[in-house]
Design a protein around this ligand. Structure first.
Ligand code: PMV
Length: 344
């Protein structure tokens, strides 16, 4: 039988207020609300079609192929099994996926990867290829985002444009995720400075669990609602210095929790610290209108207003020629297509 390929392109996102720690790992219920900016260039492109074989096949960047028989423990196959069970699908899938960002550059791909896998798999199973048609079959964007969340928490934010708020709610099934301002509101850029592409020693799933052991985690949670309010107001008013100050404080607080967990985890490296020291100095000298945030890794996301991208990139290239830069910007969210049809 001929099965049609469906493609989903889902961007990555960078958290401004971080999701760190879970109240329920099984249901992916976060300890706190988080807020992110959906990116444009850094995305995962995943092509899926139904298969008549007894197991799933998965190809990454045209290289290495694995299947669910030989790798049943793999996160991807576990997520596909979860989706089949949760939604009542039975068919196996052929999956062909790639990232637009260079492999092994240390940029987290779980948000875009799980997002694209979820959207494309559901499209293949339901035999449609647009969000509009999936919605008519009971798979609203919110539902697809909630399903993707089970594969990787932060994936749920990648389904929406611009600035996206993921609310924990009062119970695991009361979570909500939606755009609060779209991408045209404030065209921000994210210059990703690849300081190290080494594989992380402790993955974020494991590190999330340690959050509760940090003496700083309780105080962090107690203060987050206020910080979220300040951040949202700064976005609404396009107040770049309040935005940036809050952004840096938030990133360093998350890392303070990570560093003070038992056992402690060190995502920040001496080179990361050297770079952020440099950025702060440049900013004080009014030479570099940009602020940083850092996820669970050593690389730095430098955020600036779009009119300043060239200036900021030039400064970084001049003083840090050894680092690869990935230049990204706020975006519209995912798109889907099949031969001849394209939908945002
Ligand atoms: O979605 P996960 O389990 O990879 O966790 C992501 C955690 C951070 O990237 C550090 C923060 C965030 O909100 O994206």
């Amino acid at each position: 039988m001929h099965h049609r390929w469906v493609t989903a392109e889902v961007p990555s996102n960078i958290a401004l207020i971080k999701y760190w720690g879970k109240r329920d790992a099984q249901l992916q219920w976060p300890a706190n609300d988080s807020l992110s900016l959906t990116l444009t260039e850094s995305k995962t492109i995943t092509k899926v079609r139904c298969s008549d074989e007894a197991f799933d096949r998965f190809t990454f960047s045209g290289l290495g192929m694995s299947d669910s028989k030989t790798h049943p423990e793999h996160k991807i196959f576990r997520h596909l099994d979860f989706l089949r069970k949760e939604c009542g699908f039975i068919q196996s899938l052929d999956i062909d996926t790639k990232n637009t960002f260079p492999a092994g550059c240390g940029i987290a791909s779980s948000a875009s990867g799980m997002g694209a896998l979820t959207a494309a798999a559901i499209a293949a199973w339901t035999q449609v290829s647009t969000f509009t048609d999936m919605n008519l079959l009971g798979f609203s964007r919110e539902r697809i985002a909630a399903l993707a969340r089970r594969g990787s928490g932060s994936a749920c934010r990648s389904f929406f444009p611009g600035f996206v708020l993921w609310q924990a709610g009062v119970a695991p099934l009361e979570q909500k995720v939606a755009s609060i301002l779209d991408e045209s509101h404030w065209p921000l850029a994210d210059i990703i400075v690849v300081i190290s592409s080494d594989e992380k020693e402790v993955g974020s799933t494991q590190a999330h669990e340690l959050a509760w052991t940090s003496p700083l985690f309780g105080p962090r949670l107690a203060g987050l609602a206020e910080r979220m309010e300040i951040m949202i107001r700064a976005l609404e008013q396009k107040d770049f210095s309040t935005f940036g100050h809050t952004l840096e404080q938030e990133a360093m607080e998350m890392h303070a929790v990570i560093l003070s967990s038992t056992p402690p985890v060190h995502y920040l490296t001496p080179l990361t610290c050297k770079f952020i020291g440099w950025l702060r100095q440049m900013r004080q000298r009014s030479e570099c209108p940009a602020y940083f945030t850092i996820d669970a890794g050593p690389n730095v996301h430098v955020l600036c207003e779009s009119e300043n991208v060239d200036l900021v990139v030039d400064q970084i290239r001049r003083d840090w020629p050894e680092y690869t830069l990935l230049i990204d910007r706020i975006g519209k969210g995912p798109s889907m297509f099949t031969e001849g049809r394209h939908e945002q």
